[in-house]
Design a protein around this ligand. Structure first.
Ligand code: ZN
Length: 256
């Protein structure tokens, strides 16, 4: 097992090590008054690909592990209200996971005055709760390393970047497909802390080992292929459209 290869086999091995002497918790467990001493919180930020997130969610469900998936309304790569992804939050709940809101202050702040940001957060929470069929209780900031204060640090929701989950317990992340801090050292010694948050981005993990660059290129190529297929289907539809055929005939007759 080598977590540097970002393969599902290694991911499964890592989860088995963590679950050996720790209880897997979601952020909502803290809202409900968790009392476990030894635990790990498995967090996923879905920045790019609901498909990759669902594959990871199924793998975790098979291992009887639950995680909190934070999803974005403002991702440039997927639309939670589109026919393709509207059931995504509900599927995560059905697999036994928690769904939280991944909020993007950059997008939310455009055209919204500061005093209305909390209203905007409530709107997104309400909508996501409806899509998931389950009350959303947890939130996590997108691009949390970007500058500026976080107006949602103190709300009624559990915030994944609160000191309680990032400083008072150990916190590890695979952001950019690169392990931070001493994660791999802990792994090689088998001495992970007994209270920790582990942030995993599903896009970087795959059935076979790929570099982060190959993963990103494959993701981009898939999106390009999807777009070309959609445009091709639209062209076919328009070629056979009575209005278009009529217009083309008329345009031809009007030519000098
Ligand atoms: Zn993010």
């Amino acid at each position: 097992m080598n977590p540097n290869d970002f393969s599902y086999t290694s991911y499964g091995g890592l989860l088995r090590i963590l679950q050996r002497s720790r209880v897997d918790l979601c952020f909502r467990d803290f809202t409900e008054g968790n009392t476990e001493n030894n635990f790990f919180i498995l967090r996923h930020d879905v920045d790019y690909s609901p498909e990759a997130a669902l594959m990871m969610a199924e793998l975790e469900t098979d291992l009887e592990i639950k995680a909190t998936y934070f999803v974005l309304f403002s991702s440039p790569y997927y639309n939670l209200l589109s026919e393709e992804y509207v059931l995504f939050p509900k599927k995560l709940i059905e697999l036994g996971h928690e769904v939280g809101l991944h909020y993007d202050l950059g997008a939310m702040g455009k055209g919204v005055h500061d005093e209305n940001l909390l209203d905007r957060l409530s709107l997104e929470i309400d909508l996501l709760s409806r899509l998931a069929g389950s009350d959303v209780k947890s939130i996590a900031r997108h691009e949390s390393s970007s500058s500026g204060p976080d107006p949602f640090q103190e709300t009624e929701f559990t915030n994944a970047s609160d000191d309680r989950y990032t400083k008072q317990i150990s916190y590890f992340s695979d952001s950019c497909g690169a392990w931070r801090d001493d994660f791999v050292e802990h792994l090689s010694k088998g001495d992970f802390p007994m209270q920790m948050q582990l942030l995993i981005h599903p896009l970087f993990w795959a059935p076979t080992s790929l570099s982060r660059w190959e993963t990103l290129d494959a993701f981009a190529q898939n999106r390009v292929n999807d777009l070309l297929t959609r445009v091709q289907q639209r062209k076919e539809m328009w070629r056979n459209h009575a209005g278009v055929i009529q217009h083309e005939r008329r345009a031809k007759r009007a030519m000098f």
